[in-house]
Design a protein around this ligand. Structure first.
Ligand code: IPE
Ligand code: MG
Length: 244
């Protein structure tokens, strides 16, 4: 059975994992970063093409200054510490979200790491930072409207394809599988447009507990799903082949 081309993950439950052990929330993020490392490595070994990790939403930025700076420090440390291994594994880095409001040193480090990894031909690690699906779609609408105002496009040119190409995920396949840890069963403003035909997998495991074995269980669950894309039977139809 096929492995998914694109897996997206909402890595939730770090704070609750830590609280249940009498530890500060920061510790949950720290151990959660180890889960991310395991899953990135395994995704590469499985020849998954794209792994999108919801690392920070725009909404998260209203958490305490202390928590946000601890997450930034962790991201900083992770990128510096892991980049040699990422390069050895041919991983490329891409980001989605509003990076401009992140601390300048994080913006610089992300760009340096992207350049450091750009020769890779393996997994695309797509990190969603300060991201919200509705903000991404709003931005795409504005961009299309500006192109119409400049006379580069006509309103009849607006198509599903044009919208795909106007999003920050342009060029990437849509997610085949969305995993959410931490017990909640909702999308929380993640990849709203791109999830149209995605299979959802929810687990009560908290993200710091979600290691290689948990990831493989999610992949196997995906492989047992029958994807119909609105057709009567399982088909390898392309997305949007039918109205329903
Ligand atoms: C997810 O874990 C990680 C981030 C949002 C950065 P949470 O921090 O949301 O953990 P819970 O949901 O409070 O347990
Ligand atoms: Mg949460």
């Amino acid at each position: 059975m096929e492995v998914p081309r694109h897996v997206a993950i909402i890595m939730d439950g770090n704070g609750r994992w830590a609280a249940a052990r009498g530890k500060p929330r920061y510790r949950g993020h720290q151990v959660g970063a180890e889960s991310a490392r395991d899953v990135i490595r395994r995704a590469g070994e499985l020849s998954i093409e794209v792994l999108t990790l919801f690392t920070l939403s725009e909404d998260n930025l209203s958490r305490s200054h202390e928590e946000i700076s601890s997450i930034m420090a962790l991201l900083n440390r992770y990128l510096v510490k892991e980049r040699d291994e990422l390069r050895r594994n041919n991983v490329r880095l891409q980001t989605i979200g509003n990076l401009a409001s992140l601390p300048p040193h994080i913006q610089r480090l992300l760009e340096e790491t992207r350049l450091f990894l750009q020769g890779g031909d393996g997994l695309i690690l797509n990190v969603a930072l300060n991201y919200l699906g509705r903000s991404e779609i709003t931005h795409a609408c504005r961009n299309i409207a500006q192109r119409i105002e400049r006379g580069e496009l006509h309103s009849r040119d607006i198509s599903s394809r044009l919208i795909d190409d106007s999003l920050q995920t342009a060029g990437l396949p849509d997610p085949d599988l969305l995993i959410r840890t931490g017990g909640e069963q909702r999308v929380s403003n993640f990849l709203l447009w791109q999830l149209a035909y995605t299979e959802f997998y929810f687990t009560d495991e908290m993200w710091p507990q979600f290691r290689e074995g948990s990831f493989m269980r999610a992949i196997h669950a995906y492989q047992r799903r029958e994807r119909r894309y609105g057709l009567e039977r399982a088909a390898s139809a392309s997305r949007g082949a039918c109205a329903l």
